[in-house]
Design a protein around this ligand. Structure first.
Ligand code: UDP
Length: 245
């Protein structure tokens, strides 16, 4: 790999420095975690699927005018990307009420959320990613009001683009988490990943889970689901090009 030093190791991805100081390699691993890291496993092929899905969705966003970190899929599991200064926010967009939202607030299960809800959590393991409001975010120096306004605007645009794209593929985009960073010129750019690890995808007809909820629920066909959703989202030619032999 054209990489040097490991600069960041997350729960399912690593980030490596490259020869170019403005670029990094994002390496998707097979590790999978849930419940604040309490439930763990390693699923062979998951990194491959997530790298293909993320690259495809970043490509769709770029085509629609959204700045993303992604430059190209260099090889299976390895995305060449712009180096960003990451903002420690988990920006969650919700179209349907499910998951932790139901535990915290009296929404009805599967209640349609129109307009969508944007929620921001503090990405901080020590504090278990607490939900933020704008005043706390600004007082902590995490982001400015201007940054927050822009992040919200971009997230709503991403929600529209991805919901429409995925609908055509037979997938309902229920909710998802994004992470943003700033590039060397101070522009806000979408980073991280958009994969079944970070989104809720439901089959548009059967409402069957096509994402990490299968792992959270302890199903034994998690990899089958990731491969199925990869086949639904990624073009045939790319599936063939990057096929693991
Ligand atoms: N999510 C994520 N990382 C997190 C928390 C949430 O990728 O640390 C995603 C999750 O997969 C879902 C959406 O954000 O698509 C909303 O998650 P929720 O707040 O409902 O939390 P959960 O029920 O997944 O704990």
């Amino acid at each position: 790999m054209d990489s040097k030093k490991l600069i960041y190791a997350g729960k399912a991805k690593d980030v490596y420095e490259t020869e170019n100081p403005d670029e990094v390699i994002v390496a998707f691993r097979d590790d999978i975690t849930a419940g604040d890291g309490e439930k763990k496993d390693n699923l062979q092929g998951k990194g491959h699927c997530n790298s293909l899905i993320s690259t495809k969705l970043f490509e769709i966003l770029e085509e629609n005018g959204i700045a993303t970190q992604c430059i190209e899929l260099k090889k299976s599991c390895h995305m060449r990307a712009k180096k960003l200064e990451m903002i420690p926010l988990e920006v969650i967009a919700r179209n349907i009420a499910t998951g932790s939202l139901l535990k915290r607030f009296p929404f009805e299960e599967n209640q349609k959320l129109d307009p969508p809800i944007i929620q921001m959590d503090y990405k901080n393991d020590e504090y278990h990613d607490p939900m933020l409001n704008e005043e706390i975010t600004i007082a902590l120096g995490i982001a400015s009001q201007e940054d927050l306004d822009e992040i919200k605007k971009i997230t709503l645009k991403i929600n529209k683009i991805l919901s429409e794209f995925l609908k055509e593929k037979g997938i309902l985009l229920v909710d998802f988490k994004l992470e943003f960073g700033k590039d060397k010129d101070g522009n806000i750019v979408l980073g991280d990943e958009i994969s079944p690890d970070t989104c809720r995808y439901w089959d548009i007809n059967t409402l069957q889970t096509l994402d990490k909820d299968s792992f959270r629920q302890g199903q034994d066909n998690v990899m089958d689901i990731y491969e199925q959703v990869c086949g639904m989202i990624v073009d045939e030619k790319d599936l063939k090009k990057w096929k693991i032999t």
